[in-house]
Design a protein. Structure first.
Length: 115
């Protein structure tokens, strides 16, 4: 019985530590833009913290309506070039975020790195 309890506790520990947190600062890889993802009052959002792009507006919301969905998050991402919001699925994988952006039947995946 002790062995079963030990195995159960060990498996639960790995699943808790294996999940990556979405909050933090992330480099988008474009114009040295850094997005800060925070959670406040039950809402998770991502805003521009810094950027080398002179057209970028600091504090602008780039990720919104984020909701946890099994191993990923689903929400909206702002495409500044097109000035539109698109559906996005964000999967944390250690020190990177894989962001799958969906537009109709097409999708594109970008990777942000933790700073």
């Amino acid at each position: 019985m002790k062995h079963l309890i030990l195995i159960a506790v060990t498996l639960c520990s790995f699943s808790v530590f294996g999940q990556s947190n979405l909050t933090g600062t992330w480099n988008t890889g474009e114009d040295n833009t850094v997005i800060e993802i925070t959670e406040s009052a039950g809402k998770t959002t991502g805003k521009i913290k810094s950027s080398d792009n002179p057209k970028a507006t600091l504090g602008k919301v780039m990720l919104k309506d984020l909701k946890k969905s099994s191993r990923s998050w689903k929400g909206k991402i702002y495409a500044a070039k097109r000035q539109k919001w698109y559906d996005a699925e964000i999967t944390p994988k250690g020190d990177v975020l894989e962001i799958k952006i969906s537009v109709g039947f097409f999708s594109k995946t970008v990777v942000w790195k933790k700073t």
